[in-house]
Design a protein around this ligand. Structure first.
Ligand SMILES: [Zn+2]
Ligand SMILES: [Zn+2]
Length: 146
């Protein structure tokens, strides 16, 4: 996937499935690329509506699924029952630290944890292909209110 643009990745994914790059999909891709780091489907739909209210909620949700399946996006579980999305293509792997009070999150990159996970998987005879690590806690701002 190295040097492909998001549009090329989506185009190829759609072509392989006999689907087309419609103007709606193009608009949704553009908006997806402008999203903040982590967002829910509801939040995304709210922003889509402001730009083009002819795009229905079902289309928006289905397209987010396409983005995920094609590798453009990744789903996140911040532990509140609400799926969040983030851009995957062209971003470095990271994990998340999440505040259970305000749902604020921080992206963490810790080579020592990455190494340890590979080592643990290896001990069980696994070759690690992917992982998701979530650290839940109370952020400094929320701790200050205690
Ligand atoms: Zn907090
Ligand atoms: Zn992230």
């Amino acid at each position: 996937m190295g040097t492909q643009s998001p549009e090329e990745v989506l185009q190829e994914y759609l072509r392989e499935r006999g689907m087309l790059m419609t103007p709606q999909r193009k608009t949704l891709l553009q908006l997806f690329l402008e999203e903040p780091k982590h967002f829910s489907a509801e939040e995304f739909y709210e922003r889509v509506k402001q730009v083009d209210d002819s795009i229905g909620q079902a289309t928006v949700y289905r397209t987010l699924k396409l983005f995920t399946e094609s590798g453009l996006a990744e789903t996140l579980d911040f532990g509140d029952g609400r799926t969040r999305y983030e851009r995957r293509l062209g971003r470095e792997h990271h994990d998340h630290l999440i505040c259970i009070r305000c749902r604020d999150s921080i992206e963490i990159r810790a080579p020592e944890i990455e190494r340890l996970q590979e080592e643990v998987a290896g001990r069980h005879g696994y070759e690690l292909t992917d992982h998701a690590l979530y650290l839940y806690g109370i952020c400094p701002k929320c701790r200050g209110k205690e």
